[in-house]
Design a protein around this ligand. Structure first.
Ligand code: HEM
Length: 437
């Protein structure tokens, strides 16, 4: 088994319990990742141990867990699996029924009607309504604006003093871009940042009760905010995505009022939580691998900058994915790599583990910014493939390109920075560094 992963030990003596079963050892590893600070700080050694022992395993907690690229990809693409729409009410009752806020959950519409949680044909209909704004072509047109935004943020950085990259760059850039696209006023961002941060706890496999309650309150707050914004744009349309969607909603029966609000909340939340962590995790990976960083700087100076930065961002996405967990529910009895999966079972695709699968990526625990082994699974696969992938890539490319050009020396401050107590959305709370020009 893997170094540094404490597994249940066998005690000596006649009263010693038998060896834990293979399943119990796998469960213990998985539980460490989702519920302990050590496991969240270093999930990769645990993933490796899981993958080596059983790349697909039926956990005693219920879900089937996949840690190899091949099975994760095929599960995400397989139409026999999908989102658990049918079980939602039951699942919501099981998860939240004991909370004080439970009676108000019925008011919560956004969680249920966004495309992230739907299957075809509703998913197909909703996705086609918003996808045009996110094509590579549309995003390319936004590039000059992204460059200008990044430059403005970099102008504010004081060379020689300690800067928290999360606050100075990783959050404000994606927030500005998606807010501008949707039409969310800038003065509302700081409040919304905290609210979205609380709401995303709902995506985590394990959440302390107080955080769960806070997450539901946050979700209600987001709904109230965006309902008001929709009403304001109805009265006074602008040149933004929200006004465009309102026009679709008013002019056809292709989008209901609930779907409109839930889609906008999804776009807003997905638009910055994840990209923030691409910037934070990516810069941390670069600064922790100084030789690779120097090689990257040399290649940027020598060659086709755009191509070099493009492949570097793909590798940063692979190396420490901002989204670690994804999953589907089986619609019928089936098998994944020979393991039986009953209808209704949840199959967890551990994207962070798939990205470190040695059968797919050579020497996968090494950061190799010139790697050319195909895309990681960080944006998932199949019909729910990240709608914002081109946008996230463009933001990441511009940030790393401009940052490395502007600052010839960037140094981490202190020891390992602090990780947020999250695993589905993996990221740092702070990343203090000193930039020198
Ligand atoms: C590095 C940044 C990002 C990562 C790693 C990421 C990752 C993902 C993943 C893994 C999924 C699939 C979820 C599933 O299979 O259920 C997804 C879906 C989605 N993402 Fe992203 N995302 C990022 C940035 C963005 C941005 C900037 C947007 C902009 C609005 C966005 C919007 C969406 C939407 C709307 C979906 C749902 C698509 C669907 O269900 O059809 N994402 N993302």
């Amino acid at each position: 088994m893997t170094e540094g992963v404490p597994l249940p030990e066998r005690r000596a003596g006649p009263e010693a319990p038998p060896f834990p079963s293979a399943e119990a050892r796998l469960d213990a590893l998985f539980a460490e990742v989702i519920s302990t600070p050590e496991g969240r700080r270093d999930p990769y050694s645990r993933y490796r141990a899981l993958r080596e022992a059983a790349p697909v395993y039926a956990s005693s907690m219920g879900p089937v867990i996949c840690t190899r690229y091949e099975e994760c990809q095929s599960v995400l693409r397989d139409p026999r699996l999908g989102k658990d729409e049918g079980r939602r009410d039951e699942a919501i009752r099981a998860r939240f029924g004991h909370l004080e806020i439970f009676p108000r959950i019925e008011e919560l519409v956004s969680d249920r009607r966004s495309l992230l949680f739907l299957n075809p044909p509703d998913h197909t209909r909703l996705r086609s309504l918003v996808s045009k704004a996110f094509t590579t072509r549309s995003i390319d047109q936004l590039r000059p604006e992204i460059v200008a935004l990044v430059d403005r943020l970099l102008d504010r950085i004081e060379a020689g003093s300690v800067t928290d990259v999360m606050d100075a760059l990783a959050f404000p850039l994606p927030a500005a871009v998606i807010s501008h696209m949707i039409g969310v006023p800038e003065e509302d961002w700081p409040r919304l940042r905290a609210v979205v941060g609380r709401a995303t706890a709902l995506l985590e496999p394990i959440v302390p009760e107080d955080e769960l309650e806070a997450a539901l309150h946050a979700q209600l707050e987001l709904e109230a905010y965006f309902e008001q914004l929709v009403a304001a744009r109805r009265r006074q349309p602008g040149d933004d995505l929200l006004s465009g969607l309102i026009a679709v909603q008013e002019g056809s029966d292709r989008l209901s009022g609930i779907e409109l609000v839930s889609t906008v909340i999804l776009l807003f939340g997905a638009g910055f939580e994840t990209t923030t962590n691409l910037i934070g995790n990516g810069l941390y990976a670069l600064l922790s691998n100084p030789e690779e960083l120097s090689r990257l700087r040399r290649r940027l100076a020598a060659g086709d900058r755009a191509a070099v930065v493009r492949s570097a961002v793909e590798e940063l996405l692979r190396f420490d994915s901002p989204v670690q967990f994804d999953g589907r529910q089986a619609f019928e009895d089936l098998e994944v790599a020979g393991i039986p999966v009953r209808a209704g079972t949840e199959v967890v695709t551990v994207l962070g583990a798939a990205n470190r699968d040695p059968e797919h990526f050579s020497d996968p625990d090494r950061l190799d910014l010139g790697r050319d082994e195909g895309p990681p699974l960080s944006f998932a696969s199949g019909i729910h493939y990240c709608l914002g992938a081109s946008l996230a890539r463009a933001e990441g490319q511009v940030v790393f390109d401009r940052l490395l050009e502007r600052f010839p020396d960037i140094a981490l401050v202190g020891e390992e920075p602090e990780w947020r107590p999250r695993i589905t959305l993996r990221g740092l709370s702070r990343l203090p560094v000193v930039f020198s020009s």
